[in-house]
Ligand binder design. Structure first.
Ligand code: SF4
Ligand code: SF4
Length: 397
């Protein structure tokens, strides 16, 4: 039998033991281990930074901040503005310690006054009087960057101290054309682009003889190189090629997950300064941050990436590829529609999928009644376009 004195001593010992364990767990908790310079902006950002497309949870933002993440990206459209509010709430009193960016979808005919109103609404939700970077969001048409109102607006906003740098984000079919325009005319300080290991020629070259899709990779990587050479900061998103993490769990080892391998590949490849990754739980933040600071891929990474690529090749529509353009007489923007389907099916984020689908103007409505299905066979990666676009229209329309 344990007496009260012994019990108290045991309790104290247990408490001490637990506190020591918690302390040592905290010491071994993953943290950001490298801050990258974002091109000529000079901003120092965590190599793995926080994307808020899939969350509006202030506690999650705080958790990432406590782990050393110092760059938080959002957009006016994420969760109907609640993502901006969550970041504003979580980072109150810490504005000088973080880099903040947000986005607006400025159209080809949008006026500078309309853009300024959008910016001011974002500032209010974020509880700050300036953004470090303001992006024109999801640019899928070069006309949007040709709109001189965007240039005039960003100049004015810079002068007024409301933004420090301007940017362009993109993941659409015309991404390469849009980047060419922006890079050649020097219209952005930072670009945020969908880019993952399966678009890196040094990865696809390994698979050229085993994969039919290796030959259809986009011209994206040379554009990213060119942007970096010009001093434009390059941020990579969608680095997980659809992020079907659960498909890979049986093949992972502790400390060596598919996501870590995918991040290490991009971080060490020379095409991007840093990554912006959608984070949806504390466990996910901790898993992702284990790849911070790694300058090289590790043993086992390539096998994980190859396995994933083999599993997803015929269902993942690669950003920047537009090989099926022109196959649809109804002008369905196939790549854009498949991106929204990916949010619903692969990410499991129906609300994000629906808002992106709506922002595109219900683009796959024609697929519901299409009898000719001329797009069949148009994808070199053998994606069943017609059934995927129809599924998107049914789920998201
Ligand atoms: S469906 Fe196929 S061909 Fe069309 S953009 Fe996607 S990957 Fe390229
Ligand atoms: S199913 Fe018909 S309408 Fe839809 S993308 Fe294919 S060809 Fe176009």
């Amino acid at each position: 039998m344990v007496g009260r004195r012994e019990f108290m001593a045991l309790g104290a010992g247990t408490a001490l033991g637990m506190s020591a364990m918690a302390h040592s767990q905290e010491e071994t908790a993953p943290r950001i281990r490298r801050y990258a310079t974002l091109g000529r902006t000079g901003l120092k950002v965590s190599d793995i930074s926080f994307g808020s497309a899939s969350t509006s949870d202030a506690a999650l933002v705080r958790h990432a901040f406590e782990r050393g993440v110092n760059f938080f990206d959002t957009a006016e459209s994420y969760h109907g503005g609640f993502a901006e509010e969550a970041i504003g709430e979580a980072l109150q009193g810490r504005r000088d310690k973080v880099v903040l960016s947000s986005k607006t979808r400025a159209g080809a005919r949008e006026t500078r006054a309309g853009m300024m109103r959008a910016l001011e609404r974002s500032l209010k939700r974020l509880g700050t009087d300036y953004l470090d970077i303001y992006f024109n969001h999801a640019v899928d048409d070069v006309e949007r960057m040709q709109n001189e109102e965007w240039w005039a607006f960003t100049e004015l906003a810079k002068k007024q101290g409301k933004i420090r740098f301007r940017g362009m984000s993109g993941h659409g079919s015309d991404l390469v054309e849009c980047l060419d325009y922006v890079i050649d005319k020097d219209l952005a300080d930072v670009i945020l682009v969908a880019y993952n290991f399966a678009q890196d020629p040094s990865f696809t070259d390994r698979l050229r003889h085993t994969f039919h899709w290796a030959a259809i990779q986009s011209d994206l990587p040379p554009r990213l190189k060119k942007a970096r050479e010009k001093g434009i900061g390059v941020l990579a998103m969608k680095t997980l090629m659809g992020a079907r993490l659960n498909d890979m769990r049986p093949y992972e080892r502790p400390g060596s997950t598919f996501s870590n391998a995918a991040f290490r590949w991009v971080l060490s490849g020379g095409y991007a300064d840093a990554l912006l990754v959608s984070m949806t739980s504390k466990a996910e933040v901790d898993e992702y941050l284990r790849a911070s600071g790694d300058a090289a891929v590790r043993q086992g990474d390539v096998q994980l990436l190859e396995r994933y690529a083999q599993m997803q090749a015929s269902s993942y529509c690669q950003s920047g590829c537009n090989a099926c353009a022109g196959s649809c007489p109804e002008d369905v923007a196939i790549a854009e529609v498949l991106r929204t389907r990916m949010y619903a099916v692969d990410y499991g984020r129906p609300e994000l999928a629906r808002s992106e689908y709506a922002a595109l103007g219900a683009p796959a409505a024609a697929c519901l009644a299409c009898a000719h299905q001329s797009c069949l066979g148009a994808c070199p990666a053998r994606i069943p376009i017609a059934s995927f676009t129809r599924e998107a229209a049914q789920r998201l329309g």
